[in-house]
Design a protein. Structure first.
Length: 127
């Protein structure tokens, strides 16, 4: 069975890759389009330059960077506030923010209640 080719808003990845940044921005949702049409910040330009030049994964704190077609196939280590998590960029991620793919909060893991949590635990000796 043939695998279906990925398209973004009716355009293939090859077509999107050939577009300029302004043309690509027209396909994006309004929030991402606004950040791209205002022009990339200097930090975002440096990130894109590093991704083009480096074969190794690139570390970044830029969670607000919009994923553009140039990033497809690259591994980016995105900071979550404590550590860098590896994010492998695939075509389905185009148009999203880098921060969406590395969580900043851990899930709550509950265990047994602590001492003093219930009336019955007050009767149990601490030793």
């Amino acid at each position: 069975m043939a695998q279906k080719e990925f398209t973004y808003r009716g355009k293939s990845i090859e077509e999107i890759s050939k577009m300029s940044l302004k043309e690509f921005a027209e396909l994006l949702p309004s929030r991402q389009r606004r950040s791209l049409t205002r022009g990339l910040k200097e930090k975002h330009k440096i990130l894109l330059k590093n991704l083009k030049e480096s074969q190794k994964p690139v570390k970044t704190h830029l969670r607000d960077a919009v994923i553009v077609p140039e990033m497809i196939g690259k591994t980016i280590h995105v900071h979550n506030g404590k550590e860098f998590n590896a994010v492998r960029v695939i075509p389905e991620m185009v148009g999203h923010y880098l921060g969406e793919f590395t969580l900043t909060r851990k899930g709550v893991k509950h265990s047994a209640p602590g001492i003093g949590a219930t009336k019955s635990s007050a009767a149990v000796s601490v030793k």
